[in-house]
Design a protein around this ligand. Structure first.
Ligand SMILES: [Cu+2]
Length: 341
């Protein structure tokens, strides 16, 4: 689907120098379309009457005393200011400890996020001097690529032990979708995404009409307002990592590795799959169907390339197992239950 192109338009970003993790999707034609859009956006971004998300996030070690070697993001503060200056504080919706995956940031097309990232690792470990936020799918200027100067030829866009770093993400028209964000700067220009520093950004459509229908029946685009729960499932090379968002109150719950997903009978839920590693996971959820985006095909399984995402909505009618049927993933026990009751 054309709307799902990755708009990573920084010439120094991972798109150019970081190919293994980021399949090059932007061919010449796409660049031309993008260039045309960007010319239009020059005047547009300033007049969008969306919300501003004022976010403070921390990157920290999951177990500073042990040797797990895992790191994670934690939401410290998330306030949403609307175009009239009214503020809603969402900070209480998030875990008070750092989680894998990190907080899911939910925006609406037209919104802007201003994110301050703070570094909370061992200040004496030179390998952990940098940590960043690099995002896919939405727009940003050259200050907010979240890469090292080595990559972007501009500057190190990292939080360090002495200085936080500010990123600005613009959920411009056309950026509706589910996108990954991750560290790009710890240890090396590859970042520490494989150590737990990743999360998801969901940009909901301004129209409130989702890109998906329910169960792939062709019944028309589902309404965002009818979705009771969102499940973000990151598919790593050796485990699924889950995050649940209850849309009734916005509360997020990190579900851990290969989690069970709990849904109320007959509720509509949306599942956001993001492939994290280098494998091509074969996701399967037997006894449910949905539409393969960009086609009219109803599917129950989908092969997802590295860093690709796949989002679908279903009505929770029965319990079922979800799994990755790729051979090595099966051996690793990459599966969980969708529990409906
Ligand atoms: Cu990336």
């Amino acid at each position: 689907m054309k709307s799902e192109l990755e708009y990573e338009f920084q010439p120094g970003s991972c798109q150019a120098l970081y190919m293994p993790k980021h399949p090059t999707k932007l061919k010449l034609a796409s660049w031309l379309i993008l260039a045309t859009m960007l010319m239009g956006l020059g005047g547009m971004t300033s007049v969008l009457a969306g919300n501003t998300h004022q976010i403070k996030m921390v990157a920290e070690e999951v177990d500073p005393t042990g040797n797990l070697g895992l790191f994670a993001y934690r939401m410290m503060q998330h306030q949403v200011v609307d175009s009239n200056g009214n503020t809603v504080d969402l900070s209480g919706n998030y875990s008070t400890v750092a989680t894998i995956p990190g907080p899911t940031i939910v925006m609406t097309e037209g919104d802007v996020a201003e994110i301050e990232l703070m570094h909370q690792f061992n200040p004496d470990n030179p390998k952990q001097e940098h940590v960043s936020l690099h995002v896919h799918g939405v727009h940003y200027d050259k200050e907010s690529d979240g890469t090292l100067k080595y990559i972007n030829l501009y500057k190190d866009e990292s939080a360090t032990p002495v200085l936080s770093y500010n990123y600005r993400w613009i959920a411009a028209p056309g950026t509706t979708g589910t996108w990954a964000y991750h560290d790009h700067n710890m240890n090396s220009h590859n970042g520490a995404e494989d150590r737990g520093l990743f999360g998801a950004l969901i940009v909901n459509p301004a129209s409130g009409l989702l890109l998906q229908d329910i169960n792939g029946t062709g019944s028309g685009n589902a309404l965002l307002s009818q979705i009771q729960k969102e499940f973000v499932l990151y598919i790593g090379d050796d485990a699924f990592w889950g995050m649940e968002i209850n849309n009734a109150n916005g509360v997020q719950t990190a579900l851990g590795a290969n989690p069970n997903l709990n849904a109320q009978l007959n509720s509509d839920i949306r599942i956001h799959l993001i492939a994290l590693g280098t494998n091509f996971p074969q996701f399967e959820l037997p006894s449910y169907t949905w539409i393969d985006p960009g086609t009219r095909r109803r599917i129950s399984a989908k092969t997802i390339g590295p860093l690709e995402k796949h989002v679908f909505a279903i009505n929770a009618s029965q319990s079922a197992s979800y799994l990755d049927t790729a051979f090595s993933s099966k051996l690793l026990g990459m599966k969980g239950q969708l529990i409906v009751d």
